[in-house]
Design a protein around this ligand. Structure first.
Ligand SMILES: Nc1ncnc2c1ncn2[C@@H]1O[C@H](COP(=O)(O)OP(=O)(O)OP(=O)(O)O)[C@@H](O)[C@H]1O
Length: 601
């Protein structure tokens, strides 16, 4: 029966699966209907069976893929001491780099490893800490590669860099253009960019450039925008991507794997755009024919680079099922960290980040959230928690659709909450709201309270917005940078010391939470490993009391646990009132402790 898992689920699992689909999250937790409880307990039993089956599969596969990795001889030795050119970056690129990024002198250990593998012609899966210089190594390597040529000897696009958000594509653009500024000639021949812009004419201009000029050496794109452009181009190879020599997938797990668990993924059959891009590129490569003879042209497969932050089993499974990587040619970077990591463990929050959570009541009281017992590792594997992970996002969307989640600007307009939070933080602040809120509304609110602010946009470079110890605020030197949380995940802000997240939906899942914690950088933009120099940065969440029920609290607790269990640091020094810890515990225990569950187990 277990073997049958590949070819389709056995009947009892299919029946359970359909039962699971009938469960509607928001109603799941009201605890009022015994029938719903029955469904829930049935599902939990099913979940235990299916998880053990999947775990077995994953365990088996983990052994096979690791043992399949060959021992490859590298052309460059990552242990060498030396500048970027020691690891295959072209002297011309190093020269331009010295002029444009004088602070970037020597490669980091991560960069040495990535550059050595890519420079030796191998594919790479690199799992390294945030801020270790992965993206920058991608840029430098891509610039240093020789141009790819088509079958007929014409210049072709050599490298595709796929990124998860427009703001990240724009960050690549700003960095590349700065380096290219030192080269003669048209920069568009070297690099072009495809991402969603607020201004449609800018999007059109991006495409126009592509159509009218020869193919760029490097293309940086978000997957959906690239797919749209391919469709718009009107012919299969309209964008000339059939000769790519290198495909770099930055934050590959965001690109290919849902934040949700494998079960939710199975339910949601829709392909992620990045997956469609990869399938398209493979087909394109294999389908090209000699224009005269009509015979297929045999092409070398492109080198692949996946930059990831967790080695989840889903990611490995996904890669194994697809035909994208030549496993004989693949090298792992950061693997040692993986070997002792529990399978599927989320990205960890940097240890020096102080996390605070403040509850804001309608009457204007600010209280510190009651700390969780985060040494309770059993919680991570609790069944009800597992269900929470599956359904939490849906639950929030449902609440928003019922307009029970008021918009945060409206909530925080009351009682001057923000000034009172800000007075606990010294220096500038990155103020984040969720997607349903508008930055303009938040800005109006905080400017009315006397703060100078700027709204994040794709056009400007905000990497140097923050300055250490800065107090003398003015319209030119604003106190606050306002943004939608999705825009800034993945970006580098030098000298960032404070992030304030408004509202429950600014934490989406553990991975985004850990990535937010990874935005704090010193002046170099790189994370200094094992260094606690300077004051600890603050990551502050502000939750309106009326929108922070037991389910939200549980989701936050689980997210914190998954990112390493940071202890909540009090901000207001006023303890939370009206929270009954044992009622909270009973609420979830009640669901889990039903007889039906014990019967099945
Ligand atoms: N070798 C270096 N020396 C000094 N600064 C560097 C070096 N490499 C990169 N930087 C700077 O550090 C910043 C972060 O680098 P990069 O974006 O490559 O890191 P990352 O590991 O990809 O980060 P993230 O995890 O946020 O994606 C960049 O803005 C760059 O200016």
């Amino acid at each position: 029966m277990l073997k049958n898992i590949q070819g389709g689920y056995p009947l009892f699992i299919r029946q359970r699966l359909s039962l699971y689909r009938q469960i509607h999250t928001p109603r799941l937790y009201d605890g009022s209907s015994s029938r719903r409880k029955e469904k829930l307990t049935g599902f939990l039993a099913f979940k235990k069976i299916i998880t053990s089956v999947l775990d077995n599969e994953v365990e088996k596969r983990k052994h096979t893929w690791k043992s399949r990795l060959p021992d490859l001889q590298l052309k460059y030795d990552p242990r060498e001491i030396g500048g970027f050119d020691t690891f295959g970056v072209s002297p011309l690129v190093v020269q331009a780099l010295n002029q444009t990024f004088p602070e970037v002198k020597d490669p980091t250990e991560t960069q040495k490893k990535i550059l050595s593998v890519l420079g030796s012609g191998f594919s790479v899966i690199a799992k390294e800490t945030q801020g270790s210089g992965k993206s920058f190594s991608a840029l430098l390597h891509a610039l240093s590669r020789p141009r790819a040529l088509t079958y007929l000897g014409k210049p072709a696009t050599t490298t595709l860099i796929l990124v998860k958000t427009s703001s990240l594509a724009r960050q690549y653009e700003l960095q590349l253009l700065r380096i290219l500024d030192r080269f003669d000639g048209e920069t568009a021949k070297v690099a072009q960019f495809l991402y969603r812009c607020n201004d449609k004419t800018e999007e059109k201009a991006q495409l126009e450039k592509w159509k009218t000029l020869e193919p760029p050496h490097i293309i940086v794109a978000t997957p959906q925008r690239l797919l749209d452009a391919i469709l718009e181009s009107g012919s299969p190879n309209g964008l000339g991507l059939s000769d790519l020599r290198l495909i770099i997938c930055d934050d590959a797990e965001f690109l290919f794997v849902d934040g949700a668990t494998s079960m939710a993924k199975k339910k949601n059959k829709k392909k992620k755009p990045a997956e469609s891009v990869m399938n398209y590129l493979l087909e394109l490569r294999d389908s090209e024919r000699d224009p005269k003879l009509g015979t297929p042209i045999r092409k070398q497969s492109a080198q692949m680079a996946f930059f990831i932050d967790t080695m989840s089993s889903e990611f490995i499974q996904m890669l194994q099922k697809r035909n994208w990587v030549n496993w004989e040619n693949l090298k792992m970077v950061g693997v040692s960290a993986m070997s002792h990591e529990k399978d599927g463990k989320e990205l960890l929050l940097p240890s020096n980040v102080k996390v605070s959570a403040v509850i804001a009541s309608e009457s204007g009281d600010l209280e510190d959230l009651t700390p969780f017992d985060l040494d309770n590792s059993e919680e991570l594997h609790s069944d009800i928690g597992y269900l929470m992970d599956l359904n939490y996002k849906k639950h929030r969307v449902y609440l928003k659709s019922q307009s029970r989640g008021d918009q945060e600007a409206t909530r925080f307009a009351k009682n001057e909450l923000l000034p009172r939070i800000m007075e606990n933080l010294s220096g500038q602040v990155l103020l984040l709201h969720d997607e349903s809120e508008s930055s303009i509304k938040v800005q109006k609110q905080i400017e009315a309270e006397g703060f100078y602010s700027k709204i994040f946009n794709l056009h400007d470079d905000f990497s140097n917005f923050f300055h250490p110890g800065f107090q003398d605020f003015s319209p030119e030197n604003p106190h606050v940078l306002i943004s939608n949380v999705q825009n800034v995940i993945g970006l580098t802000f030098k000298n960032l010391q404070n992030i304030v997240c408004l509202g429950v939906d600014t934490f989406i899942d553990p991975r985004s939470l850990a990535m937010l914690g990874g935005r704090f950088r010193p002046a170099s933009g790189l994370v200094k490993l094992h260094s606690n120099n300077g004051s600890a940065p603050n990551l502050v969440f502000v939750f309106p009391k009326s929108d922070f029920g037991y389910i939200e609290r549980k989701a936050f607790e689980r997210s914190l646990l998954k990112i390493g269990g940071p202890v909540l640091v009090p901000l207001t020094k006023t303890p939370e009132t009206g929270f009954d810890k044992s009622d909270y515990k009973d609420f979830f225990d009640d669901i889990e402790d039903t007889e039906a569950i014990h019967e099945v187990y």
